[in-house]
Design a protein around this ligand. Structure first.
Ligand SMILES: [Zn+2]
Length: 965
């Protein structure tokens, strides 16, 4: 069959995607389209190019940013941002991988979907990539006021952030070490030391070479008509003819003997840090779907649970503090497995490797226990059937899955069809084949392609790199004539000028956008039904969950004393990870994995909308299929009624793990820590949250590690005390999501658990806290900063209106974006307002500046007060805000959102009123909001996480310094 210049190569009806998959080939260019037609309203599109880099200048990554900086049909500076401002997109992004660059979009609204596709197609095929774009997105020399020169640029800065995270360094170096002979030994993201080597000619040539239809793979998914897909692409591809593009990704030849690689990361200079190490094995090609499924299950068997042998051996060894490595990496042409330890002594790395090999040998020799196989099989099968892709559209997850073969000229459909390989693995197991034991021998024990990577701290490395950079720029400057120097300065000035010049209205009007009239008038209502079952409060959400029930038990935390708040996260983990009176944690873990899609506890703070009062809860969440409802309930009851906190060694391990996790994520997610810290000053709910999961918790954990060693009885007493005041029948709520049959079956079983818990109300704890510092530096050895400023708007007499969500969105997407990201060189910046507590927090992300960013925040009210916006601009902000409100959710997430709405006391009428206020927003709302922000800014408090440059500002300003790393 032929249609619109495309020839149908293959057609397959696939239960796994709920529809039909067709592979089309464009006759003139050879471009391929994988077109999936099903009933998913969350329509997805993506175009992917094979973009193998030849060096580590980050050209692929810089180009990914740059093509989104304006194109022939859409000649604005950032069409991408304009779309973010004014679309109902459920996904809009672009990403660079070691061998490909992908441009995916998704939307539930058909005209919006095609608007996104139009802009993206023009961006990739007709970008305006001039020298200024390379300077802005890649790198340029910026003369400072002092006369000193500095490199700046969005990607340059982003990658500096990546290189200042020891875990990212370890991960990148593992990839390089496994594939030393291929392009996977290069950093497609860009090594900050190499980025300034990228010339404009090389940059443009990379686009010309790879962004061609003959090197492209197009993908469609959803309930939109297929013919329109082909018609749209036919139009786009018409000017092109076939070209042979040399972009093949070679195979890495297998090593003949294991290797070792030593690398460094920037240390704080305290001299207390240890190394991070991982052992890596190159496995099969990712196109081998059945073997990949075996490896997925084997990963679960070896390391998926706290009691899994490899994980347990590593943790029990006491050689390090937490597990390192990405596990099974399946995004490249050849898969590899990477695992090891964080904070291990450099000289212990070989012992760690030996231990891993011995553990695997024992597993292969003695055989994988049946329980472990059952747990792995159920976990994988549950995940495949649930297809819970979180906030990612299902279509895009399928696209990436498909590319695991398609990108390497293989079959795009085979990777999606998992039923057959799953049935085959099950049959092999049933026939008695030693599937996993053999895989351990083949891929791990007898596989010479193994490399131990050890990343060690190097004190002063960050400073040395900065010095090297300064010296390089100094040499460059010295080698220049006076005229050349002036040119560098002029270029920087020109770039600044261009960045500050707003797009013309005419240009902005080219970007397609929906109107207010295209917005659905009514909010999507999440079903909620409240009932009392045997005296227990039960909230249900009737939704089609394709046979899976999502269940949660919620316990009030109001009786927890302030001093025990930081213990809650660990206590919650202890319930499922320390075993019970009936059995040890290894066996419990197997049973949970064999019967459910996961079971775990999380402390969370909700807030009441009316008065901002905190509603802190412990949530015990699980999900399972119909036949396992009783089993799941039995497990919930077992962990709640018969917990066992006695195992000191196991608990100590969890403390170290938790501490290491917090330390590892402190810099990469510095914005979250800053937001939590500021939130802790602004409301009681915020403070409880900060005590449980913020810097306070990190500080507390460090002391806990010592206390658990020296005074275990006091820690045990704390755990038992927490359990006694948390797990009680009074005030507990059961929350269930599922279809009517599932709800009917699970309601009584779950309510019954609550009935069996201790009853009788406890008095609420008095929560008194030491005030947090006004003005604080969270000091860490980071090369970038996270700059925050927090204030309480409600204290200024402010009353929220839905229209202000439109104002905030504009503030974020226009004001902050232009000044903090585009001009300041930060990776991002947010402004978040909490309707319930009135707290308002600005935070930047991977920011080279401190003062300049704070000044931008402080100027926000003045900007709004004097703002002139066209009707079209306001409408864009309205559409974007509605898009946020209507963000796409899978059924399980919908149930969780419904529960949060109920706890907050937010009615459907409230939400409808807010929607109407949003839809009616006008310029006067922007002006009305300004004076409140102005007043709040006068008492705003800064908090900055960062390294040396932030420390200098903190000292000058007299902020309190809190060392977090
Ligand atoms: Zn990037």
């Amino acid at each position: 069959m032929d249609m619109h210049g495309f020839h149908l190569v293959r057609e397959e009806s696939l239960r796994e995607v709920g529809g039909t998959a067709r592979l089309w080939k464009h006759a003139a260019t050879g471009a391929e389209i994988l077109s999936i037609c099903n009933s998913d309203e969350n329509k997805s599109f993506g175009v992917s190019f094979r973009t193998p880099p030849k060096d580590s200048t980050g050209v692929a990554h810089i180009l990914e940013h740059s093509v989104l900086c304006g194109s022939d049909k859409y000649p604005v500076k950032e069409p991408f941002t304009e779309l973010l401002k004014s679309s109902l997109q459920t996904f809009l992004n672009a990403m660079t991988y070691p061998d490909k660059t992908c441009y995916p979009v998704a939307s539930c609204n058909l005209s919006d979907f095609y608007n996104l596709i139009d802009v993206y197609l023009d961006a990739v095929f007709h970008p305006r990539i001039d020298e200024n774009v390379l300077r802005q997105e890649g790198w340029h020399i910026e003369p400072e006021e002092t006369g000193k020169w500095q490199y700046k640029g969005v990607v340059y800065n982003e990658m500096k952030g990546v290189y200042s995270s020891p875990e990212s360094v370890l991960q990148e170096q593992c990839q390089h070490a496994v594939f030393p002979d291929t392009l996977y030994s290069l950093d497609s993201g860009g090594d900050p030391a190499k980025i300034p080597g990228l010339t404009f000619e090389a940059f443009r040539a990379f686009h010309a070479a790879y962004y061609h239809p003959s090197n492209a793979r197009f993908f469609f998914w959803g309930d939109d008509p297929e013919e329109a897909r082909l018609a749209r692409l036919e139009k786009e591809l018409a000017p092109y003819a076939f070209r042979k593009v040399d972009s093949a990704v070679p195979l890495q030849p297998r090593f003949t003997a294991p290797r070792r690689a030593d690398v460094s990361y920037a240390a704080s200079g305290e001299g207390t840090e240890k190394s991070h190490a991982a052992v890596n094995w190159m496995l099969c090609e990712t196109r081998d779907t059945e073997e990949m499924l075996v490896l997925d299950m084997l990963e679960h068997i070896m390391a998926g649970l706290p009691g899994s042998p490899l994980r347990k051996a590593l943790m029990d060894s006491g050689l390090g503090e937490d597990i390192a490595g990405c596990g099974l990496e399946r995004e490249l042409r050849q898969a590899y497995f990477s695992m090891g330890l964080l904070s291990v002594a450099r000289e212990d790395a070989p012992a760690m490797e030996r231990l891993m090999l011995d553990t695997l040998a024992e597993l292969a020799d003695k055989g994988v226990p049946g329980q472990a196989v059952q747990a792995a099989l159920n976990t994988l099968e549950f995940a495949l059937r649930e297809n819970n892709t979180g906030s990612l559209p299902r279509g895009l997850v399928a696209m990436f899955e498909s590319l695991s073969d398609w990108l390497y000229d293989g079959d795009p459909i085979a990777p999606l069809a998992w039923e057959k390989p799953l049935a085959s693995v099950k049959a092999r197991l049933a026939s008695g084949e030693k599937v996993f034991e053999n895989a351990i021998r083949r891929w791990f024990l007898d596989n010479p392609h193994r490399v131990l990577v050890v990343a060690s701290p190097e004190a002063g490395l960050a400073e040395a790199r900065q010095k090297e950079e300064d010296a390089r720029l100094e040499t460059l400057r010295a080698s220049m004539t006076a005229g050349e120097r002036v040119r560098v300065e002029e270029e920087a000035a020109l770039l600044r000028e261009e960045q500050q010049r707003p797009d013309s209205q005419e240009a902005l009007d080219t970007v397609p956008s929906l109107g207010r009239e295209d917005m659905p008038e009514k909010n999507a209502v999440i079903p909620k039904a409240l009932s009392s079952v045997s005296g227990v409060t039960v909230l249900t959400h009737e939704l089609d969950t394709t046979g899976i029930v999502y269940a949660r038990l919620a316990f009030r935390l109001s009786a927890v004393p302030a001093r025990l708040l930081p213990l809650l996260v660990l206590y919650a983990r202890s319930l499922t990870e320390m075993g019970t009176r009936r059995r040890g944690f290894v066996e419990l873990g197997f049973d949970i994995a064999a019967r459910t899609g996961g079971l775990g506890g999380t402390p969370t703070v909700f807030t009441r909308l009316a008065d901002g009062a905190p509603v802190p809860l412990l949530l015990i969440s699980s999900k399972c299929t119909r036949e396992n409802i009783a089993g799941m309930a039995g497990l919930m009851e077992e962990i709640l009624c018969e917990p066992n906190f006695d195992d000191r060694e196991r608990f100590l391990q969890m403390v170290l793990e938790e501490k290491a996790r917090m330390e590892q994520s402190a810099v990469p997610s510095g914005n979250a820590l800053v937001r939590l810290r500021l939130g802790g000053r602004l409301s009681l709910a915020g403070r409880i949250n900060e005590e449980m999961t913020g810097v306070s918790a990190l500080v507390w954990l460090r002391a806990l590690a010592e206390r658990a060693e020296q005074d275990w009885p006091s820690v045990l007493a704390d755990l038992n005390a927490l359990h006694g005041c948390v797990v009680r029948g009074d005030g507990a709520v059961v929350d269930i999501t599922g279809d009517p049959g599932l709800l009917r079956e699970s309601e009584p079983v779950l309510a019954d658990i609550v009935c069996r818990l201790p009853a009788g109300p406890l008095s609420a704890a008095e929560l008194a806290f030491q005030p947090l510092p006004a003005g604080e530096l969270l000091s860490a050895p980071a090369q970038v900063n996270y700059v925050g400023l927090g204030m309480n708007l409600r204290e200024t007499g402010y009353v929220y209106s839905g229209a202000h969500s439109v104002v905030l969105r504009h503030l974020r997407m226009a004001y902050l974006w232009d000044r903090v990201r585009v001009q300041g060189g930060a990776y991002g910046c947010s402004a978040m307002y909490s309707r319930s507590t009135g707290s308002f927090v600005f935070v930047s992300y991977r920011d080279p500046n401190v003062r300049a960013t704070l000044d931008v925040y402080r100027g926000a009210a003045r900007y709004l007060a004097g703002l002139r916006l066209s009707e079209a601009d306001i409408t864009r902000a309205v559409v974007g805000a509605i898009g946020d409100m209507d963000h796409y959710m899978l059924p399980g997430a919908k149930g969780a959102a419904g529960f949060a709405q109920w706890l907050a006391g937010e009615s459907d009428e409230d939400r409808q009123r807010i929607r109407e206020e949003m839809l009616g927003a006008s310029l006067s709302d922007f002006h009305d909001f300004a004076p409140y922000l102005e007043r709040a800014l006068m008492s705003a408090v800064p908090c900055v996480l960062g390294g040396a440059s932030a420390a200098a500002v903190a000292e000058a300003e007299g902020w309190t310094k809190t060392i977090i790393l």
